[in-house]
Design a protein around this ligand. Structure first.
Ligand SMILES: CC(C)(COP(=O)(O)OP(=O)(O)OC[C@H]1O[C@@H](n2cnc3c(N)ncnc32)[C@H](O)[C@@H]1OP(=O)(O)O)[C@@H](O)C(=O)NCCC(=O)NCCS
Length: 168
């Protein structure tokens, strides 16, 4: 029988200004080294500060005795002509030393409560197709119906790049 995960005392709370630098550095290690950042959003200072400014209540951290164990950044999306609003789980990251200790599960539980309080009817999340740990985590949380999405890239020929650059 598999061993039960060790239970640790976590404070799941909304992020404060002093959390932003640790969140940024943890995300840098998680998202850039594994290339798990999604293609249309980039992990950088602007991403974090704008999320913090726009939706501070949906920016959560897992605090382990003053140490950052993980974070979750979410956003509510209203769609035109739709009575539903959607909760987008934008970024989720756990410090590797805390892996498999239910840090992400606890963050997600709080996120679900927040989304329900804000009238959200459906949660959405996306990740790279080869991010097996995240896919396993999301399925375990009850996400279903994965839809394949293909990203294509176009690289400008070098000549054109130079011309665009000169205009500046
Ligand atoms: C995915 C991630 C958030 C999981 O965090 P975590 O705190 O370790 O997850 P939990 O302990 O709450 O895991 C709950 C369940 O999810 C699944 N799971 C989590 N990590 C897993 C892994 N590495 N491999 C397989 N299943 C995993 C398991 O079913 C696990 O339950 P179990 O431990 O009883 O088997 C973490 O590995 C991470 O930060 N990954 C890098 C960043 C990332 O990919 N973020 C998601 C996209 S934004």
């Amino acid at each position: 029988m598999a061993a039960k995960p060790e239970k640790i005392e976590l404070d799941i709370r909304t992020a404060e200004i002093d959390d932003l630098a640790p969140v940024y550095h943890l995300g840098n290690r998680l998202f850039t080294s594994h290339e798990y950042s999604n293609l249309y959003r980039t992990w950088n200072e602007y991403e974090i500060t704008s999320q913090f400014n726009q939706e501070p209540d949906n920016f959560l951290v897992a605090d382990y005795d003053g140490q950052l164990a993980g974070f979750l950044i979410g956003s509510v999306i209203e769609k035109p002509r739709s009575a539903w609003s959607y909760g987008h789980l934008v970024w989720l990251g756990v410090e590797p030393d805390f892996a498999r200790k239910r840090v992400a599960s606890r963050l997600f539980e709080r996120f679900k409560e927040l989304m329900a309080e804000q009238g959200v009817r459906m949660l959405l999340v996306d990740t790279q197709a080869d991010n097996d740990e995240a896919l396993s985590f999301f399925k375990r949380q009850g996400f279903t119906n994965p839809v394949e999405h293909v990203y294509l890239t176009y690289t400008f020929p070098r000549k054109r790049q130079r011309r665009i650059g000169k205009r500046k």
